[in-house]
Design a protein around this ligand. Sequence first.
Ligand code: PA5
Length: 434
Amino acid sequence: MEIRLDKGNVFEHISEAELNSLQGRMEDCSDALLEKTCKGNDYLGWVNLPGKIKAEEIIAIKNAAERFLDESEVVVIIGIGGSYLGARAVIDALTHNFSCIQSQKARKHPLILFAGQNLSEDYLSDLLEILDKKDYSIVVISKSGTTTEPAIAFRILEQHIEDKYGKDISKRRIIAITDKARGSLKKLAGKTGYETFVIPDDVGGRFSVLTPVGLLPIAIAGLDIGELLEGAKEMSAAIKGNSSFEKNIAFYYAAIRYLLFNKGKVIEMFVNYNPSLHYFTEWWKQLYGESEGKQGKGIFPAGADLTTDLHSMGQLMQDGVRNIFETILWVEKPRKELTVPEDKANYDELNYIAGKRINEVNEKAMLGTEQAHKAGGLPVIKISIPELNERNLGALIYFFEYACALSGLLLDVNPFDQPGVEEYKKNMFKLLGK
Ligand code: PA5
């Protein structure tokens, strides 16, 4: 497995004895996940997902993606939370940073835009303005089929696409991903005859990226979903085949986080050094926040894009309250090559790095920051992957999912529900007069 977890300086904050004393509990939590005896055991479908998805379903996903490729310059993915973040994380990580202004020919695949993840009138109005002038299709995703944000976005876009192409053509341009039987979206898709993919009953939203929820948008963006699943499968085998901390990075990561939390490190700052990983961080934040944050427990999952945020959050990380630990996600090799040019005048005095790859400068910034943060009293963990590709991201996704489930079980919460999310909805519905 090409993903490495470097324990950094954590043993300045916890002891090896403390870690080793968790071995038995980690094994129990992992066994409970695999034997489906843990809390939330009706939502464990994701555990065996990478090897379980049927070949026919993958073919159907690829066929749908092909059809959209022929017909659409833009595909709007409608969904919120677990119904869009995983897809967005992978698509942003692996496509051109400026795909939104690339030509269709250069991009070779439809541009993916997102809706239904907010209630901004301006956002939706701006989107409609863009869609007036583009050939587009829609993928609407909601497991419950009743979530307000995507339901509103879909109501608006469904009317827009029907006005644009007529009912018959627009029917081919809409795909719904939802529960196999329940919810208004299922009802609507059944009535209208939209092509539909099913979210398995036993997979919750934030663990659903390796179902059609993530796979269809990722395939539409031209990425290799077979490789993504292979990477996840490899990671699943590696995690399930080994329970020693040295060999099982999911055990290691979950145990270290738990011990740090118990020492008052209640905030985890997840940092990347690559702007295309911004949404990977957002996916990670949702996964850990919704899974662990309950019954007065849970590490607060925060994120920063470095080096950008060193100029905003850097001071606090270096010198603020020492209740933070840092997890670095480092990608060793960039996809492209660029060096710092020589400049005769050298007014900026940068000639000492002329000829160096930008990534070398980025790496030195990462190493320098890591040293500074360690010296400033932050526990630092580093997770490295050789490069950004589908296989490595599939492995990372599975690794974080498994470690998240273990983390929740260590805290003795149900990692697979989110009862707290209902509170704002109750108030909103009341205020809206529902
Ligand atoms: O992880 C979860 O279960 C949630 O974040 C959901 O994905 C999110 O609330 C969207 O729900 P739905 O797919 O039912 O619209």
